[in-house]
Design a protein around this ligand. Structure first.
Ligand code: SF4
Ligand code: SF4
Length: 218
């Protein structure tokens, strides 16, 4: 059993409506005992309600596996990085700290790390991951490149991410707009430093010389 190469996972953050269907669907999977392996994060909660689903990106050279002292994390030949093997994992948390995408979680009560394994029991027999079956806006899509190109002509998939000097390629793709010129890779570190436009508006704070309530009648 392996995930067919022509089937890929595409994450399109701009389509996420924050409904949490993916999170709930993920909890129903028996292989991780009622826990959701998908995180729903706010992009910048202070400035926007935009959410983004975070799944394991299944790195070509998984940092989580490289730092695991017990060799508990394996990448199978189809490019899927499996969750920690129970008999080996010593719950040290190295992978949790090392993953550039913030994916693995440590379950102290069970003394094991668990993470998204792309619903291996499903995808290895050609089915969609649970999250992709329920996402109403198809922010999570599992299928072929031809299908995603037909569905999203204005976007293109990318699987190359830059973190400082480190470039990481993944089996999972993120959809980015084609125009203006789509980047060959996503510079994650630079994006973290970007300030959203709304932050350009400086609100008066207590202690400013100008009284912000001068015009307010009480
Ligand atoms: S995204 Fe994180 S958990 Fe997933 S393979 Fe890469 S390093 Fe490992
Ligand atoms: S199911 Fe889709 S739209 Fe809903 S929160 Fe998850 S990714 Fe976003």
């Amino acid at each position: 059993m392996s995930v067919p190469r022509h089937l890929e996972f595409f994450v399109d953050p701009s389509r996420c409506i924050g409904c949490r269907s993916c999170v709930e669907a993920c909890t129903e999977c028996d292989t991780h005992r009622g826990e959701s392996m998908i995180h729903l994060e706010f992009v910048d909660r202070g400035a926007s309600v935009q959410t983004v689903p975070v799944v394991c990106m299944h790195c070509e050279q998984p940092t989580c596996a490289e730092v695991c002292p017990a060799d508990a994390i394996k990448r199978t030949g189809d490019g899927v990085v499996q969750s920690a093997r129970k008999p080996r994992c010593i719950a040290c948390g190295n992978c949790v700290v090392a993953c550039p995408f913030g994916v693995p979680e440590l379950y102290i009560d069970r003394a094991i790390m668990m993470k998204c394994d792309m619903c291996y029991d499903r995808t290895s027999v050609g089915k969609k991951p649970m999250c992709a079956t329920v996402c109403p806006s198809q922010a999570l899509f599992f299928g072929t490149r031809e299908q995603i190109h037909a569905l999203r002509p204005q976007s293109m998939p990318t699987n190359t991410f830059r973190f400082g000097d480190q470039v990481i390629r993944t089996r999972v793709n993120v959809m980015v707009p084609r125009r203006p010129a789509a980047p060959a890779q996503i510079d994650v570190t630079a994006a973290m430093d970007e300030r959203p436009p709304s932050r350009a508006v400086r609100l008066p704070v207590v202690g400013d010389d100008a009284d912000p309530f001068a015009q307010v009648e009480v």
